[in-house]
Design a protein around this ligand. Structure first.
Ligand code: GDP
Ligand code: MG
Length: 371
C-alpha cells in the first residue's frame, strides 16, 4: 500500500512505460517514469489497461483452481506447528538468537553431528514443534511475498535492549503488518549492563506495538541470545500466539507448499527445500513447481535424515528436480505425471512468450494486492 513508481507499475502491468505514461497524460496526470503515483491513480489507470491484464491471467487462473483442489472441511483439519521468521535491525542478534534456539534442541545422538542446512529448522519444545526459517531479515520475507507466497505465521522481532528501535526495526514492523503476520518481540541482549527493556517497550508503543503488560496485545519477552535467559519464555509465547491463531491444516491429502530455497548442488543436481503447507508429501509423489515438474526421489529433513513423508508446516529438502525451481514458487502434488508435464510446458511457453513481448501478466486481484 502506498505510492508506486511509474516504471514499477508498468512492469507489474506488463505494459510499456511509455504506453502507461501516454494513458496517464490522457487522464491529466503528468509524470515521468521515475515519478510516484498515488494508489488511487494507479488503480484507475490499471483498471483502464485492465482488459489486457485480465486476458493474460485467465488461463493461469483456471490452472490455479485445478491445482488448489477441494477445500478442506473443518473436521479434516488438524493442528499444525507455527512457521516463524526472525526479523529486526542489523546486529540486534537475529542470527545469535536462532543459533541459540537451535542448539537447545540438539539431542545426545545428534551432538557433534553435522546439521544440514536446508533453510529452516524444526525446534521440538515441550512436546510441540516450532519451525524457524533460517534466513533472517525482511528481505527474504518480502522477496517471498512479492511472489505471492506467504509462509510465515509469526514474526519474531528482535530488538537489542541497548540500542532500541532502529530504522530496520520499523521496516520489519511495517512488513509484518502489511502481511498481517502477528509479532512477538524479543528484547535481546539483556545480559548487558545498564540496559532497560522498559525503554524498548516505550519506543515500540510509538510504532503501534503495545506490550501485554501495558494492556496491549503484543507479547514482549526480554531475552539474551548469549546466556539463553528468557528463551523458554520466548518459545512459549510463540506457541501461545500460534494457539490464538488456531493454525490448522489437513494432513490427509496430496501435499502442496512453497519452495523456500533452491540451489544447484554439485553432486546431487538441483535441490530445493519445500515448506509443506497442507497435505503429506511422500517419496514417489509427482510434483509441479512453476514450470518444473518431476517425481520426488528423496526427502531429507532439517537434521539431514532421509524420511519417507512429511506433513504440514514441515520443511524438507526434495530431490528429483530436473531443473532449478524458484524460491517463492508454489509446489503442488498431482496424480498424473502427464498432467504435471502439460501444465509445466504450458507455463514455460507462456513465460517465454511474455519475456519476448517484454511483459509478464498478473491478474488484477494480484495487482491490487501488491499496491
Ligand atoms: P544479526 O545481525 O541481527 O544477525 O546479529 P548477530 O546475531 O550477528 O549479533 C550481532 C552482535 O551482537 C554479535 O557480536 C553478537 O555476539 C552480539 N549479540 C547477539 N546477541 C547478544 C546477546 O544476547 N547479548 C550480547 N551481549 N551480545 C549479543
Ligand atoms: Mg545475522
Amino acid at each position: 500500500s502506498g505510492p508506486i513508481v511509474v516504471k514499477d507499475l508498468a512492469e507489474q502491468l506488463g505494459a510499456k512505460a511509455t504506453d502507461l505514461i501516454k494513458r496517464l497524460i490522457a487522464l491529466g496526470v503528468m509524470v515521468g517514469v521515475n515519478n510516484e503515483l498515488d494508489k488511487e491513480t494507479a488503480v484507475i489507470v490499471a483498471t483502464e489497461m485492465g482488459a489486457q491484464v485480465e486476458e493474460r491471467a485467465s488461463v493461469e487462473e483456471r490452472e490455479e483452481i485445478l491445482l488448489q483442489g477441494d477445500e478442506d472441511r473443518e473436521h479434516e483439519l488438524q493442528e499444525r506447528p507455527p512457521v516463524v521468521t526472525v526479523m529486526g535491525h542489523v546486529d540486534h542478534g537475529k542470527t545469535s538468537l536462532l543459533d541459540k534456539i537451535r542448539s537447545t534442541r540438539v539431542t545426545a545422538s545428534e551432538a557433534g553431528g553435522i546439521t544440514q542446512h536446508i533453510g529452516a529448522s524444526v525446534i521440538d519444545w515441550n512436546g510441540r514443534s516450532i519451525v524457524f526459517l533460517d534466513t533472517p531479515g525482511h528481505e527474504a520475507f518480502t522477496a517471498m511475498r512479492a511472489r505471492g507466497a506467504q509462509v510465515t505465521d509469526v514474526a519474531v522481532l528482535v530488538v537489542a535492549a541497548n540500542d532500541g528501535v532502529m530504522p530496520q526495526t520499523i521496516e520489519a514492523i511495517n512488513h509484518a503488518k502489511a502481511a498481517n503476520v502477528p509479532i512477538v518481540v524479543a528484547i535481546n541482549k539483556i545480559d548487558l549492563p545498564d540496559v532497560n527493556p522498559e525503554r524498548v517497550r516505550t519506543e515500540l508503543t510509538e510504532h503501534g506495538l503495545v506490550a501485554e503488560e501495558w494492556g496491549g496485545d503484543t507479547m514482549m519477552v526480554p531475552v539474551s541470545a548469549h546466556t539463553g535467559e528468557g528463551l523458554d519464555k520466548l518459545l512459549e509465547s510463540i506457541l501461545l500466539q500460534a494457539d490464538i491463531m488456531e493454525l490448522k491444516a489437513n494432513p490427509n491429502r496430496a501435499a502442496s507448499g512453497t519452495i523456500i530455497e533452491a540451489q544447484l548442488d554439485r553432486g546431487r543436481g538441483p535441490v530445493a527445500t519445500v515448506l509443506v503447507s497442507r497435505g503429506t508429501l511422500r517419496v514417489g509423489d509427482v510434483f509441479l513447481s512453476g514450470s518444473v515438474y518431476g517425481r520426488v526421489r528423496a526427502l531429507i529433513n532439517d537434521r539431514g535424515e532421509r524420511v519417507k513423508e512429511v506433513g504440514p508446516s514441515m520443511p524438507v529438502e526434495v530431490l528429483g528436480f530436473n531443473q532449478l525451481p524458484e524460491a517463492g514458487d508454489d509446489f503442488v502434488i498431482l496424480e498424473d505425471e502427464r498432467q504435471a508435464k502439460s501444465i509445466a510446458d504450458a507455463r514455460a511457453s507462456r513465460s517465454r512468450q511474455s519475456s519476448e513481448s517484454g511483459s509478464r501478466g498478473v491478474s488484477l486481484d494480484e495487482f491490487y494486492q501488491r499496491l
